[in-house]
Design a protein around this ligand. Sequence first.
Ligand SMILES: [Zn+2]
Length: 394
Amino acid sequence: MNLDGECIPFRMLGPEISNSDDRGRRERLERARAELVARELNPVILELRRRLRTAVRELGSESAVELYRRFDFPLDELAEQCRAFLAETEQLYESALERLLDLRLDLRLDEVERWDTPRLLRASHWDAAFPVGRMLSGLKTTLAGLGIDLRGQKNVEIDVEPRPSKSPRAFCAPIEIPGRIALVTKPIGGPDDWRALFHEAGHAEHFAHTSAELPFEHRRLGDNAVTEGWAFLFEGLVSSPEWLESLIDRESAKEFCWEGAAQTLYVVRRYCAKLLYELELHVAPDPAEMAPRYQELLRSATLIEPSAADYLRDVDEGFYCTSYLRAWAFEARVRAHLGERFGPRWFESSEAGELLRGLWAEGQRPTADELLQELDGSRLELSVLAAELRETLA
Ligand SMILES: [Zn+2]
């Protein structure tokens, strides 16, 4: 895409907006991005939506919602939890967002626009405390605390090299489970890179420790809330005051954790709204007319109006959003359990590492609900996360 005489690859538009301090430039970039999505991508995704609808009907269901209910996806129960989470955290979110906007962008809530969101979440003032160069050794030290020698793990490959065509979104590619796991990130600088690396490391360690004895479906398929839950548990370390002690002083750690919790609250509320939207999108007589509803639900949850152009693109197939939502409930409970059992510095306990390795070995045979049952008899509840966030944001 050409902007201000500069050619920017489509995939780099997000990072460009995040890294731009100039509000006018952010607006131009975002408007150009939305226009490209509407013109180039949406016709293709709309066609895909229609074909998927036809395929679902051939499988004997009226909609994907009905089909996934038949697969025992707890869509209705989870939607209920999402509504409760949104209501329960509404006030908390509004004041957290106001403070974060003031702190990071010097903007009021009634001024914020969608091109400010990526910049708001970018947290560039923390960059110096999270140097790219120390990221890998930080991960190695953390894993060593849990009794895992990353360097000795022949089945884990880490790729952090910046290549022009590389996707800016970090990912873990389990090529063979557990034989060959690749962890890929493209650092743009700052704590987000650390969070992304730790998130993907959670996936990588889960897959790398999955028992080779399990049948294929229990190693690769199953409940993705499990692998996302392990990923969030590791990502969450980067927002834990005890873990941060080796990087920044206690006062800064407290502030950093507050900001991290505010961001998590934004993301979880966004996903709650995404699920509620998807439940409507999949049963809508004409998906092409759903853009206003997308904007309405997302605006009400995040207090920032999203682009109408993203009403199709902001949907992960197969209700993947439910995996994230259940994973957040899972990690919050697992983290609480680890803290109660091994203390707040559980990540330095080889016993905690042993417990995790035992659970990882089970791959994705048990669901996230079953793993929690096994761990301490608890249930997946988004309200556990709400309580944790309330405490940090107080
Ligand atoms: Zn993930």
